[in-house]
Design a protein. Structure first.
Length: 733
């Protein structure tokens, strides 16, 4: 969860002078004076620091185009200043440096900053807190010596300390209010009591190494590297902070802000952060907020784009797990398969983002981040609408494809201005159905619909939408804990039905039904199984009854070729007037005859004439996306009355299918009539159609036929604006 806009920092340490601490024969250390510790021990208490320049925190955030545009974590010392305690600090050199007492969010009071002068400085804070330094210069380092004041706290540095050191520190300073742990990329500021309960008996080394590993993965997906020759893409030297606070903000398990990834004690987030068996998405997520780019994070995407970094962390730490679950992808497919939709209404926005990574590879998001960092600041989008359009344009540039069909499928439409900008790049139009891609079935930009496997949509005539666990897709998500349930406040609305849609016709012969396991409401006792090839005409293939119990039910039927399989609950067939399911599975058998589809836009015609312009493949006559009744399509032919396109068949095909209508680019003008001739016999005629006429389906038999003619006439009023589309025109055999 992200609030506000900016964060904490760190710098590297080099011990110049030290006080040491020794372990007693029993292995336990009692808190004692620093002088006594110096004489007895070999644990380092740091007093002299070489504070390296890391640059200005705000400038670094602006360079990376971050939404939280600063990291306000400074170089730790491992020393704690009590309230009003005088701290004497000697500064060598003449560059500016600042001392900070306290840690925002960790302490009850705000941290206080003290600019230091060369020579001796004496500072104190009425609040007290951990002492740290900020060197915001761009180069060099400053030597700082804490001459007096400040008490040591447990301070573990990866690569310097051991597990035994850590336990000795914790035993030596039992009254310390806080502990500090530092790795190469992260800094942890936690309460002593939390550390004692959750990491005292662990080895801190693998914990810190795990954080460094996933932070490196988040750096990588951000396109950041210290080896990059372009300084715009180098890592911010300020570390990622994980800071424990007593309380959270309303409704948040954890949150991120300028002060770091805040892990509240009251939600258990801080305990989770220190235990590798509990650390996970929450920590990935909040660290991700500290690198989100503002120019492509519009309002509804604040809690979405952040999870690209969560996925990056998950993939490197749990490489065998998919980025998203089958159920989450199925919900995404069901959304994009709707004829009309608005991206704002989707609960699958992260799946859309990840489909781009799946389709275009692991360099896609690093390159996108780089593109935004290379934009002039004056060219960056600022409003939500500008950010949406810039995202469509920028992702198309990175993919090297015109991605408008992809975003149209997701209900995130490009404006005419954006489409014109993309057209000017002369990029190939994306035709591959990458919107049906997933970790389980990756769709690449050169693939066709035949690559799409499994269910691509689930529909029902009744579902409870107030609960995320009652939607129809839950019946096919592979998770027995989620269910489909008909509307709670509408009993006895029989017949209920739930339908699975497949991308391509398959042969099915069995269905299993697992009732909900928690209670009996909606358990199906009477059923019908129906199938369809077009989603309109359904044929019953099985009917019967099931026992009203929680065991899995099975029904087999004659192998049937179908794209749609429906489970229907007839009158009285659902317990207590409802319908529900934990899981429904549909099984394929050996195919009877799987159809092979050839799109006309993918082959050459025998001959063609058109009344104006040039016949277009997979674009409208004016070069736009094909559009009928405000719905866009990726495949088809566009021509102009009067026209005739001829294909030689040689008896190879069984049928021809298409959707016809007047393209939306002509506005409210244009009138045409479509005809299909097979071996010079008219087998289809649309009648006169206008822009607002509902598109018409064409499906004609070609068995044993030799010639197909697609004809468009002017509707009897001349050819002005007669832009005619044969959408999804295809031959089937």
């Amino acid at each position: 969860m992200r609030k506000l806009k900016k964060s904490l920092q760190i710098l590297s340490l080099m011990v110049v002078t030290a006080v040491v601490v020794a372990v007693s024969p029993s292995g336990a250390l009692a808190q004692t004076s620093e002088a006594a510790i110096t004489q007895q021990s070999n644990l380092v208490v740091q007093r002299n620091f070489e504070v390296k320049a890391l640059g200005d925190i705000w400038a670094e955030g602006d360079r990376e185009r971050r939404a939280i545009n600063a990291r306000k974590i400074f170089q730790p010392t491992g020393l704690y200043a009590k309230p009003n305690e005088q701290i004497k600090i000697e500064v060598s050199g003449n560059k500016p440096i600042t001392a900070v007492i306290g840690v925002h969010r960790h302490d009850k009071e705000w941290a206080l900053s003290y600019p230091l002068q060369p020579g001796i400085n004496t500072i104190s804070s009425p609040n007290g807190g951990l002492l740290s330094f900020d060197n915001s210069n761009n180069e060099g380092s400053i030597n700082v010596n804490v001459v007096s004041g400040g008490s040591p706290v447990p301070f573990f540095v990866l690569g310097k300390n051991t597990k035994e050191d850590w336990q000795a520190m914790m035993n030596a300073y039992p009254n310390a209010p806080s502990v500090v742990l530092q790795s190469e990329r992260a800094l942890f500021v936690f309460y002593y009591a939390t550390a004692k309960d959750h990491i005292l008996n662990q080895d801190p080394i693998p914990v810190l190494q795990t954080y460094d590993k996933f932070i490196a993965a988040q750096d990588k997906i951000s396109g950041l590297s210290n080896s990059d020759s372009d300084p715009r893409h180098r890592l911010d030297k300020h570390l990622i902070a994980f800071v424990e606070s007593e309380k959270t903000i309303p409704g948040a398990y954890a949150y991120a802000i300028w002060d770091g990834a805040i892990m509240p004690k009251e939600t258990g987030a801080s305990a989770d952060a220190l235990d590798l068996t509990r650390m996970g998405w929450g920590q990935y997520h909040e660290a991700g907020h500290l690198r989100q780019q503002e120019p492509w994070t519009w309002g509804e995407m604040t809690e979405v784009t952040v999870n690209l970094y969560s996925i990056a962390a998950k993939k490197v730490l749990k490489p065998t797990e998919p980025a998203r679950s089958q159920g989450e992808y199925l919900a995404a497919f069901t959304f994009v398969d709707q004829p009309t939709k608005n991206f704002t209404d989707s609960n699958s926005k992260l799946e859309m983002l990840w489909q781009l990574n799946l389709a275009f590879g692991d360099n896609f998001y690093p390159d996108l981040h780089r593109l935004y960092r290379e934009m002039a600041k004056t060219d960056l989008p600022t409003t939500d609408d500008q950010k949406k359009q810039a995202f469509i344009l920028s992702t198309s540039k990175v993919a090297h494809y015109d991605l408008t069909p992809f975003f149209d499928k997701w209900g995130l439409s490009a404006t005419s201005e954006t489409r014109n900008k993309i057209n000017s790049l002369s990029l190939p139009l994306l035709t591959a159905p990458i919107w049906f891609g997933s970790d389980y079935n990756i769709i690449k930009p050169t693939d066709g619909m035949d690559k799409v496997k499994g269910i691509i949509g689930v529909t029902t005539n009744s579902q409870e939408t107030s609960s995320a666990y009652n939607a129809a897709v839950n019946a096919f998500d592979g998770n027995t804990s989620s269910i489909w349930h008909s509307e709670w406040n509408k009993q006895n609305q029989f017949p209920y039905n739930i339908t699975a849609k497949y991308a391509n016709p398959l042969t099915f012969n069995k269905l299993t039904y697992l009732p909900r396991q928690s209670e009996e409401n909606g358990i199906i006792t009477n059923y019908k199984i129906l199938t369809s090839l077009d989603g309109v005409s359904f044929t019953e293939v099985a009917t019967g009854t099931w026992a009203k119990d929680k065991t899995e039910k099975t029904v087999t039927f004659t192998p049937t070729l179908a794209k749609y399989v429906r489970l229907e609950v007839p009158q009285g067939g659902g317990t207590n007037g409802f319908a529900s399911a934990s899981e429904i599975k549909i099984f394929e058998t050996d195919p009877i005859t799987q159809p092979v589809t050839t799109y006309l836009s993918d082959i050459n015609w025998f001959s063609a004439t058109t009344g104006w312009g040039t016949i277009q493949k997979d674009r409208s006559l004016d070069g736009n996306a094909l559009k009928l009744n405000n719905k866009t399509y990726t495949k088809g032919l566009s021509t102009h009355a009067n026209s005739e396109i001829v294909y030689k068949l040689d008896g190879q095909y069984t049928s021809f299918a298409a959707l016809v209508g007047v393209d939306g680019e002509v506005g409210f003008v244009g009138s045409v009539e479509f005809q299909v001739k097979v071996d010079n016999q008219v087998v289809f005629s649309s009648g006169v159609m206008h822009n607002n006429t509902e598109p018409k389906e064409v499906n004609v038999n070609l068995s044993g036929k030799n010639e197909l003619k697609l004809i468009v006439t002017d509707g009897g009023d001349g050819i002005n604006s007669d832009h005619a589309d044969w959408v999804n025109a295809r031959l089937i055999k």
